[in-house]
Design a protein around this ligand. Structure first.
Ligand code: 13P
Length: 254
């Protein structure tokens, strides 16, 4: 059975006190919740990773992820953070390839391929994001675009690497817009993604990799999206900034 995942990408929101509080509120709210086969991940901004992770009494089911890292081991890259630095505070999950990184910070598939390699060399678990923009979908190029994003950033990997990979399909037109892909659109794309992975890495790899949907998921639409057979959870932005909403999403996948 594939692992289900509810992951909250906090983006550039919340100071240290608010980050610690949100994590503890989530922790308190899941105390009596059974979460079989579900990973719960939160991704605070870099400066808050350490204080959030090292809070005493936080529910041990809550995992922490960083939102970005540099591909180099170390060096003259002012303002950047390395895989080693993230691991050194005890955090081994990393989000890579988010569309906001691609759009605002010019991240490319080729650069992301290097980041994925570095992360895996450091024994990190990668949540790899990708997805088409609105014009691609309007022009019916969305399958082609997604396929090439996967090919260019992930096809250099070995079968074994996939144990440490989670995919997050995030159609750019649905991120922060309130416009969600329909459950059918999500399922259609997730099934296609699994086919692309199967063709290159075999059916076993394709069947075991968790594929998350991201883009305006909220407590009102989550259940229907998560119910689709190839949707293994969500990468959540806005709704992850509120403990009640985020816990509702965790409940929606049970
Ligand atoms: P929203 O849930 O705010 O649309 O953001 C999705 C996202 O970008 C998660 O990484």
């Amino acid at each position: 059975m594939r692992t289900k995942i509810v992951a909250g990408n906090w983006k550039m929101n919340l100071d240290v006190a608010a980050s610690k509080k949100l994590a503890m509120d989530i922790s308190d709210d899941i105390q009596n919740l059974k979460t079989n086969n579900t990973r719960i991940i939160i991704a605070p901004t870099a400066i808050n990773l350490y204080p959030v992770f090292h809070q005493p009494n936080m529910d041990s089911r809550i995992e922490i992820a960083a939102q970005n890292m540099h591909q180099a081991k170390n060096g003259a890259f002012t303002g950047e953070i390395s895989a080693e630095m993230i691991c050194s505070v005890g955090i081994t999950n990393i989000i890579l390839g988010h569309s906001e990184r691609r759009t605002y910070f010019n991240e490319t598939d080729a650069g992301l391929a290097e980041k994925v390699t570095t992360a895996l060399e450091n024994n990190m678990n990668v949540i790899f994001c990708f997805g088409e923009v609105l014009a691609d979908r309007k022009n019916e190029k969305h399958f082609k675009v997604v396929e090439s994003q996967l090919e260019n950033a992930l096809f250099h990997l070995k079968d074994n690497d996939w144990k440490h990979l989670v995919l997050a399909y995030e159609p750019v037109w649905a991120i922060g817009t309130g416009e969600t892909a329909t459950p059918e659109q999500a399922q259609e794309m997730h099934a296609f993604i699994r086919k692309v992975i199967a063709k290159k890495f075999g059916e076993n790899v394709a069947q075991q990799v968790s594929i998350l949907y991201g883009g305006s998921v909220n407590p009102g639409n989550a259940k229907e999206i998560f119910a689709k057979p190839d949707v293994d959870g969500g990468l959540i932005g806005g709704a992850a900034l509120d403990s009640v909403n985020f816990v509702a999403l965790i409940k929606a996948i049970q």
